[in-house]
Design a protein around this ligand. Structure first.
Ligand SMILES: OC[C@H]1O[C@H](O[C@H]2O[C@H](CO)[C@@H](O)[C@H](O)[C@H]2O)[C@H](O)[C@@H](O)[C@@H]1O
Length: 598
């Protein structure tokens, strides 16, 4: 099957948007046979319950059709009786040419399952008060203040405690039991998510809900205790992958507000375990640069090569375009690995942006992932120092320095003044490491190219032509990413949700915070300008729809986002968190209008 595929990462045919200065089209010669053995990673076995619910999901699609169908609903259903009993009743359902008639299916679901989401019960957090003391002191405008209090009140809607049955009869639930109460993103996302939690925590800290924030962090720590890493989310079908690793950042932000040394002490050994996971065989990649120096970096790589249970029917449909079992397996592995990135899905991971089956996520070293791991390393060094463990502190300081050098060597591009993802292409399969080549950097523009601002990666003086904040600032201004309502995710409109014209709260936040803390006046003023656009669009959409949204369309103020494999969701943990964090940082004077056209 060695096959030479010439593919374009930026596909002009599918791009409905032309930025002012379009990026040069980067033609990548992807030699399929030379890509790393993607499907070779370990596979975490699924549970019999997940496997059964997946069969129910397929049957439901056949009965109900794809209109308005959400596959995740079925793998979230809690059982009312033992699995064997439910399986027997399922097998006995009548079927007409292989399809269960709708009334029978409905009766079966009513009789044997609780409602999706009923395994978590809505419960106001104990530390919630309607107007916390010292809440957003810099927000003076009455309309904005009133709205911020409404957003703050949404924590009550998103807070859940486990139904008793989850602890008593865990075998009936795909929901994984956690020690504390939780904050969910909202709507179909009925359970805890890893990287979402960072921005929920940032908002909770602005809401002075320190105990709730700590409980979220402790829940995630308990996952490391049990699984060795933080799962994508707290469901049995998420045990085969993680998500962008931001737990140390959560602990750090909580520590900055509370000085809770006990939490730091509890976290440290578990963060060390998480660090191992991200530097384990499946995630670690070694690259040699011209002068022979080798750098270790990390990539996303899920332990799975089947359809994602929460989207199995969708994944099977995508794979139906491929002819061999090996190709399908590889696609499933790439789909799950892309979900690990949090950017599911995006042209960022595809060799042909109009074709989801060309996902190559495991063959890409992502800029943002390595920025997060750099931060994990320096946070661990700080925590170890706090607890008096100087040996660990020194070794993690050294690890963070090495990764910072690697980030500059591998990702920095001094023509574009951005950090670019690196595509792994081996010259031969017998090589143990990759040789760095300039043209393997992906020249397409993504918001992630600016995420190293968040970790202050610009101050490195080790390199002539190295990253400098002023240059990155200009590059961002000329990138085409800055839009009327915030930062676009990419410049390519593929219909995938992590692409143009969607803007996502976490990306706004990391870039704005990075600019604001850079020490440059000009960068801080751009940061505030972006934050104001983002706050206005969230406000306008909230006034129009009565809800906070998972993502927004940044082309115009007040527009909500779309695209992707599920309907746009509301709630929404990270959007609420980022609005509150921005209002805390920049405030809102009484004479500044909040409406879109002001
Ligand atoms: O059900 C499809 C996918 O949904 C999740 O991804 C999206 O929502 C998450 C929760 O807000 C968010 O963390 C992620 O960045 C979004 O793309 C889930 O994480 C995926 O694993 C899942 O397949």
């Amino acid at each position: 099957m060695p096959q030479c595929v010439v593919s374009s990462i930026h596909n002009p045919k599918t791009s409905s948007y032309k930025p002012p200065s379009a990026p040069p089209v980067l033609l990548l010669l992807v030699i399929a046979a030379m890509l790393p053995a993607a499907a070779s990673a370990a596979v975490v076995a699924t549970t019999p319950l997940v496997a059964f619910l997946q069969r129910l999901q397929s049957a439901a699609l056949a009965t109900l059709g794809s209109d308005g169908f959400d596959p995740k609903l079925y793998v979230d259903l809690p059982l009312k009786r033992n699995l064997s009993e439910v399986e027997a009743a399922f097998a006995a359902l009548p079927n007409v040419t292989g399809v269960v008639p709708a009334p029978e299916l409905e009766r079966f679901v009513d009789e044997y399952f609780g409602a999706a989401g009923s395994d978590l019960v809505q419960a106001a957090p104990a530390d919630f008060v309607a107007e916390p003391e010292g809440f957003l002191p810099k927000v003076k405008h009455p309309k904005v203040r009133a709205w911020a209090l409404e957003v703050h009140a949404l924590w009550k809607n998103l807070s859940r405690r486990e139904a008793d049955d989850v602890k008593e009869r865990p075998e009936l639930h795909t929901l994984l039991s956690l020690p504390g109460s939780v904050i969910v993103p909202g709507s179909r996302f009925r359970e805890v998510y890893y990287w979402d939690s960072y921005w929920s925590i940032r908002g909770l800290l602005a809401s002075k809900m320190y105990e709730t924030a700590k409980e979220i962090a402790r829940n995630l720590l308990s996952l490391i205790e049990k699984y060795g890493f933080v799962l994508n989310g707290a469901r049995a079908y998420y045990t085969n992958r993680s998500q962008p690793p931001l737990l140390s950042s959560m602990i750090l932000e909580i520590y900055k507000k509370t000085h809770d040394l006990k939490l730091v002490k509890q976290s440290l050994p578990l963060l060390l375990k998480e660090h191992k996971f991200w530097n384990s065989e499946i995630h670690k990649v070694t690259i040699q640069v011209a002068r022979g120096k080798k750098h270790s970096l990390s990539r996303y790589n899920a332990m799975w090569n089947n359809p994602r249970p929460e989207s199995a029917t969708t994944d099977e449909e995508s794979a139906s375009k491929l002819s061999t079992a090996a190709q399908k397996k590889n696609l499933y592995h790439q789909l799950a690995s892309t979900a690990e990135s949090g950017w599911d899905f995006s042209s960022r991971w595809m060799s042909n942006s109009s074709d989801l089956t060309t996902l190559e996520t495991t063959s890409i070293i992502p800029v943002d992932l390595n920025a997060f791991i750099y931060k994990m390393e320096s946070d661990i060094a700080f925590f170890a120092k706090l607890t008096g463990d100087s040996v660990t502190s020194e070794s993690f300081l050294a690890a963070s320095k090495a990764r910072r050098v690697a980030i500059t060597s591998i990702f920095w591009n001094s023509q574009k003044d951005q950090w670019l993802d690196y595509w792994l292409i081996k010259k031969s399969n017998s090589e143990e490491f990759y040789q760095w080549e300039a043209h393997h950097q992906n020249h397409n523009i993504f918001a992630s190219n600016f995420v190293p601002l968040w970790i202050g990666a610009y101050s490195s003086d080790a390199y002539k032509d190295g990253p400098k904040v002023e240059k990155v600032l200009k590059s961002l201004q000329n990138s085409g990413l800055l839009q009327p309502a915030g930062i676009a995710t990419s410049l390519t409109n593929t219909g995938q949700q992590w692409d143009f014209p969607n803007g996502w709260a976490p990306l706004q936040h990391m870039i704005v915070e990075g600019l604001a803390n850079s020490g440059s006046e000009e960068a801080r003023s751009l940061a505030e300008d972006i934050a104001v656009r983002w706050i206005r669009t969230n406000y306008a959409a909230y006034k129009k729809t009565g809800a906070m949204h998972e993502k927004y369309d940044v082309e115009a103020c007040g527009k909500i986002g779309g695209g992707g494999e599920y309907k746009p969701q509301t709630g929404f943990g990270w959007s609420n968190g980022v609005v509150l964090a921005f209002l805390e940082e920049f405030g809102w004077p009484h004479d500044k209008e909040i409406d879109c056209d002001s």
